[in-house]
Each structure stands twice: as structure tokens, then as C-alpha cells.
Design a protein around this ligand. Structure first.
Ligand SMILES: *Cc1c(COP(=O)(O)O)cnc(C)c1O
Length: 351
């Protein structure tokens, strides 16, 4: 099971390997809760709730997340959205103008954007029919400079999860990092890969509070991996990358996780109702299976229907320019009222 050839030192950028992280005032002295006088960080001493720098290691939040997710705090890194976490992965492991990554379009656009920003070649291996990874082709595309393979499961914009067999093959036969982006895992019928980080030293999981947790506005992304990988990412992260307000709001939500579960169950019920109603619209040609809080739908003319819905005050995402997604729209599952309005308007357009 274990990928024995994997050696982290072989894949981290040499300059990062030798780096010592910036040590901030709050790294050097961590409050143990006793009343101390803080004259170390040039803060304004008058209390207003946020006059102090935030905890650079977000200890309270990580402790609650560790309990909720059943992992150790040392396996967690938090960032300013998963977009920052993904960028840290590029900057720690991919040497600009030398290394490459593999992505599986149609998929989340940020991997390519980050590759371009970091001057990393993005090797694309299209998903197969059924939107599953083409494992043979992926492994053929790997060369000695391939550092990361990005798997988005459940995948955006297609909505499906990748098969367990294909993910295992990639984890076992590739000696670089395998990042599984689980932004939509809370909506999925499949298990998270989180508990597998102890078996696969090359596995990195990213999650976010932006979707199921209902906190897109606070920007909190999560990364889970071996302590070795987390330590490397910690070396390069900005010291105060997760602000105090974000830490507080995230902590409150994680402690009250039952509210998240409740909202997710409502969204899943609505997803089923939406799929049923969409299947009765005559210009809807195919509704793809969804493990997420959105559905990808193939229709007669995506540009035309997108415009019609826009004029009726409904904004959906036109994914038609994506490979394998000709004439598709992506519908996020809204509230019951929003979904009824969408369906009413679709029926009107249909006649
Ligand atoms: C929405 C989304 C994210 C979330 O990114 P944040 O920066 O955490 O808001 C990550 N990955 C995928 C595939 C997404 O669709």
C-alpha cells in the first residue's frame, strides 16, 4: 500500500528546503493564558477586540478542527482560502520554469492560474467519458519534473467524484504530491481521503469553509498532509495569513458543526428536487450525476439559455468553453424559493 519510493527532500524546492521561516513576535512568545504585558509587537495597547496580532498558528481553531476531523493538529495548515493553500503548494514544491504539474480538465480554474503565475508548465490530461481520470495517460505524462497532480473530487464543474481505484493507482504509482481538492466533500456520498494521509506520504488534502460551511466571505482554506509536508508549507506561509476575525468566525462555526450538517441536508434535499424538476424541461438534454452542491446540465443552446435566465434575474455559470462541456450550464443549489423561481422561469422559457 505504501509508496516507498516517495522522498520529500527530492521534491521540495532547494531554496525552500534550506529556508528558516520568519519568526514573528507572536511566534517567539506564545501566551499561555496568564496575564502578561505585551510590549513586543508594537501594537496599540488600547483594547478593541482586534488590536493584537492574531495567533500565527491558529491553535484554538486547529484544536477544534483536529477533533472534528479526527486528525492531529500537526497535520493541519490553514490559509486565506484554499486558493492561498494551493499557491503555497506551488511555491514550496514547483521550481519556476523547470517543473510541471498535471491537471485533469474540465476542472477548477485556479490550478492553471496558479501554474501560470508561478511559471509552471500545466500538463493537461482530459477526463474520460464519465468524467473519470485517465490513469494510464496521466502516468505516461509524468516525467522527472512533475511535482504535483491535482485531483478535484468531487470535481468542479462536473460534480462527480473520482473512483477510488483511479485515485489509489495515482497515489501508488506517482512519486510526487497528489493533491485531492475536497472543496465539496461535505455534499458527497463518498468518504473523504483524510484518514489516508497516514498511509500515503505523498497525499495532500485541501478543503474549505467556503462551500458547505457557508463562510466564503471570511476566506479560510484547510490543508491536511503528513507533518513533514505541513512543516515545509509552514516555512513559507505569511506569518499572519489567517486574520483574527476569520479565526473567531471559523471557530464558532466548527464548534456548532450540527448547523452545517443541518444546512447540508437541506441542500441535498433541494438538489434532488432540482434534478427532478430540471429533467422535465424539454431543452435539458442531460443532467450529470452530482456529489456536490451544484449540477452540471447539458442543454440545447447554453449561450441563449444563459442570456434568457440573466434577463429574468437569475445568474448561473456557463461552462460551455470548458473541454467536454459544450452547451453546459452549472446550477448552484439555492434555497427552496430560489430553486422554485429558477424552475418556474425555465418552464416559461421552455414554452
Ligand atoms: C470553490 C472551490 C474552492 C474554494 O476556494 P476558497 O479559496 O477556499 O474559497 C476550492 N476548490 C474548488 C474546486 C472549488 O470549487
Amino acid at each position: 500500500m505504501e509508496n516507498i519510493k516517495f522522498d520529500i527532500k527530492q521534491i521540495v524546492r532547494p531554496n525552500v528546503l534550506g529556508l528558516s521561516p520568519y519568526s514573528s513576535a507572536r511566534d517567539e512568545y506564545v501566551s499561555d493564558g496568564s496575564t502578561m504585558i505585551f510590549l513586543d509587537a508594537n501594537e496599540n495597547p488600547f483594547e478593541n477586540g482586534v488590536n493584537r496580532y492574531p495567533d500565527p498558528q491558529q491553535r484554538s481553531l486547529k484544536a477544534e478542527l483536529a477533533k472534528l476531523k479526527g486528525v492531529s493538529e500537526t497535520n493541519i495548515l490553514l490559509g486565506n482560502g484554499s486558493d492561498e493553500v494551493l499557491d503555497l503548494i506551488f511555491r514550496a514544491f514547483c521550481e519556476p520554469s523547470v517543473d510541471n504539474i498535471i491537471t485533469l480538465p474540465p476542472t477548477y480554474g485556479m490550478y492553471k492560474v496558479l501554474a501560470d503565475i508561478n511559471t509552471i508548465d500545466n500538463r493537461k490530461v482530459l477526463l474520460q467519458t464519465g468524467f473519470q481520470p485517465d490513469v494510464t495517460k496521466i502516468l505516461e505524462t509524468v516525467d522527472e519534473y512533475t511535482k504535483v497532480i491535482f485531483l478535484c473530487s468531487p470535481n468542479n464543474p462536473t460534480g462527480n467524484s473520482f473512483s477510488e481505484e483511479s485515485i489509489i493507482s495515482i497515489l501508488e504509482d506517482f512519486n510526487g504530491l497528489v493533491v485531492i481538492d475536497e472543496a465539496y466533500i461535505d455534499f458527497s456520498s463518498k468518504n473523504s481521503w483524510l484518514q489516508k494521509i497516514e498511509y500515503y506520504p505523498n497525499l495532500v488534502i485541501t478543503q474549505t469553509l467556503s462551500k458547505a460551511y457557508g463562510l466564503a466571505g471570511i476566506r479560510l482554506g484547510l490543508c491536511y498532509a503528513s507533518e513533514e509536508i505541513i512543516n515545509i508549507l509552514n516555512k513559507i506561509k505569511p506569518p499572519y495569513n489567517v486574520n483574527e476575525l476569520t479565526q473567531q468566525r471559523a471557530l464558532e462555526r466548527v464548534i456548532n458543526y450540527d448547523k452545517v450538517t443541518f444546512e447540508v441536508s437541506k441542500i441535498l434535499k433541494e438538489r434532488e428536487a432540482l434534478i427532478k424538476a430540471l429533467s422535465k424541461i424539454s431543452f435539458v438534454e442531460k443532467i450529470y450525476e452530482s456529489d456536490a452542491n451544484f449540477v452540471l446540465v447539458k442543454i440545447d443552446d447554453a449561450n441563449k439559455r444563459y442570456q434568457q435566465l440573466l434577463e429574468l434575474g437569475i445568474v448561473v455559470r456557463n461552462r460551455s468553453t470548458q473541454p467536454l462541456c459544450k452547451n453546459t450550464l452549472r446550477f448552484t443549489v439555492g434555497t427552496e424559493e430560489e430553486n422554485h423561481k429558477l424552475i418556474d422561469e425555465m418552464i416559461k422559457i421552455d414554452n
